[in-house]
Design a protein around this ligand. Structure first.
Ligand SMILES: Nc1ncnc2c1ncn2[C@@H]1O[C@H](COP(=O)(O)OP(=O)(O)OP(=O)(O)O)[C@@H](O)[C@H]1O
Ligand SMILES: [Mg+2]
Length: 460
């Protein structure tokens, strides 16, 4: 028998040789993910003993068009169909010589899945359709001693960065190999297909991000708090500018992290200091989630490493003025900050009270949407938490931030998933552009003379 030359895109080489339990192939349209998965399964079926592969989608009816037919077509293209037995009704493929087989299932018929035994490998096509519990159930099917390594291949377009597949990848477990590809990784694709793809998706920011660039998208629900936020307009690669002061802004929630976002302000196109750029975020989790540790990290990055000398301004949640159980008597978060950063001579710019959530949202959305009064916002692409917040934070029926709670798997405690970095952004933007904010709310600039008013008795 002449050996078969199995054509594969070279990008997928490491995925081909990987024997990790989880192989996640995600990315843009036409990048060769499905072709690769089918070919790897076919290769293993022809070269390794004792296989029973499960090909699966949420709905079984879709397995035929996308997986069964693809496998059959590939087998036919190598002119080896005679080595196999195909059952079209059940979508079963058996390699007659070895007895290796491929069987199909749909997750909606979960009872049937529970009764399937002896599985040695799984391919989930369009894995995005699965809920985490579907995946966990599949995972359970792949157990016991097998002659060859057991692997679950998931192929999908990364449609929503809020998906459990991304959370799983972000944890970077040792037994997971993930690979991101785009059509540029696919040498078998023709020019016409590429042109069509670009033409079809380029008008829609989200689609072009997912299907052309293969990056994580955003499932719009229509209820986003920062509905004016857009990746193309507001995310960029920006770096620290030593000539400009630093503006740092705090949110003091300790879970999931204590937040300090680092901003600088540069000239806008009209030469006004109104281009707000978030260059960094310092979000420290347990056990470093204290105001003191965050200050130490900020000092290390910007003073010890970069030798910053151009000035420092501090903003944050006015509630940080309250003494609380975390700090010693006579201290609050801002006195801690002042003590920790004292020798850097910061200027404190803390509002008396936090502006209303709805009104600051309206103000920031009008900056995001139409550069209100010449103010613009750019977030550095490395600021993942902040971009997540601006993208995914929802609003409730009253137009304020919907503080969705999630459970910490390790501690069992609950915390608010989003809202911390963007709260810090709100405090900064409404303070630094306070007269624009006033004008936005009241339609006039306020100059209120104050005679002989008692000085505020803030303890800092
Ligand atoms: N190894 C290969 N050999 C031959 N042709 C290939 C190969 N890989 C990809 N192709 C060609 O590229 C096209 C796109 O590949 P495929 O369908 O696997 O992309 P995909 O990443 O699964 O796309 P989508 O995200 O749209 O599902 C195929 O229809 C096929 O023509
Ligand atoms: Mg595909």
């Amino acid at each position: 028998m002449t050996p078969i030359e199995l054509e594969l895109n070279s990008t997928y080489q490491s995925a081909f040789y990987s024997d990790k339990r989880y192989l996640f192939l995600y990315g843009g349209a036409g990048s060769g993910k499905s072709q690769f998965a089918a070919r790897k399964i076919l290769y293993r079926m022809l070269t390794e003993p004792g296989h029973r592969f499960l090909i699966v989608r949420k709905e079984k009816c879709h397995v035929k068009e996308s997986m069964f037919t693809l496998l059959k077509d590939i087998i036919e293209s190598y002119k080896i169909s005679h080595q196999f037995f195909f059952r079209n009704d059940t979508m079963q493929i058996t390699h007659t010589e070895t007895g290796n087989e491929i069987i199909a299932a749909g997750l909606l018929e979960s009872d049937k899945i529970k009764s399937i035994t002896g599985i040695t490998g799984i391919w989930v096509e369009e894995a995005f359709e699965l809920e985490k519990k579907d995946f966990d159930q599949l995972n359970l099917r792949l157990r016991g001693l097998t002659e060859s390594y057991k692997q679950i291949i998931c192929t999908f377009n990364p449609m929503d960065a809020d998906h459990w597949l991304k959370s799983m990848m972000d944890k970077k477990p040792d037994n997971l190999l993930s690979m991101q590809t785009t059509f540029t990784d696919n040498m078998f694709i023709d020019r016409e297909y590429m042109d069509e793809l670009i033409h079809q998706y380029k008008q829609n920011e989200n689609f072009s991000r997912v299907y052309i660039n293969g990056d994580w998208g955003r499932a719009y629900t229509g209820g986003e708090f920062y509905h004016g936020f857009s990746w193309t307009k507001h995310v960029d690669s920006i770096s620290y500018n030593a000539a400009l002061p630093l503006h740092i802004t705090f949110d003091f929630n300790v879970n999931p992290y204590v937040t300090c976002c680092v901003w600088q302000i540069d000239n806008n196109h009209s030469g006004e200091l109104k281009k707000a750029m978030q260059i960094d975020e310092i979000c420290l989790r347990h056990p470093r989630n204290s105001t003191k540790q965050v200050c130490a990290e900020f000092r290390r990055k910007y003073f010890n490493e970069k030798g910053h000398t151009a000035g420092l301004f501090i903003y944050g949640d006015p509630a940080g003025r309250h003494e609380d159980t975390r700090s010693e008597k006579g201290h609050n978060d801002f006195t801690i900050i002042r003590n920790e950063l004292r020798d850097l001579h910061p200027t404190m710019r803390i509002a008396d009270k936090a502006p209303g959530v709805k009104s600051r949202g309206d103000f920031i959305n009008s900056i995001l949407e139409s550069e209100y009064d010449g103010i613009s916002i750019v977030i550095n692409e490395n600021c993942k938490n902040s971009i997540g917040d601006f993208s995914f934070l929802k609003q409730d029926v009253n137009g304020v931030k919907l503080k969705e709670k999630v459970k910490d798997e390790k501690t069992g405690g609950t915390y608010e998933k989003y809202g911390h970095t963007s709260d810090s952004a709100d405090y900064f933007l409404t303070s630094v552009f306070s007269s624009e904010f006033d004008y936005f709310l009241n339609g006039q600039k306020k100059f209120n003379p104050v005679f002989g008013k008692k000085r505020s008795n803030n303890i800092w």
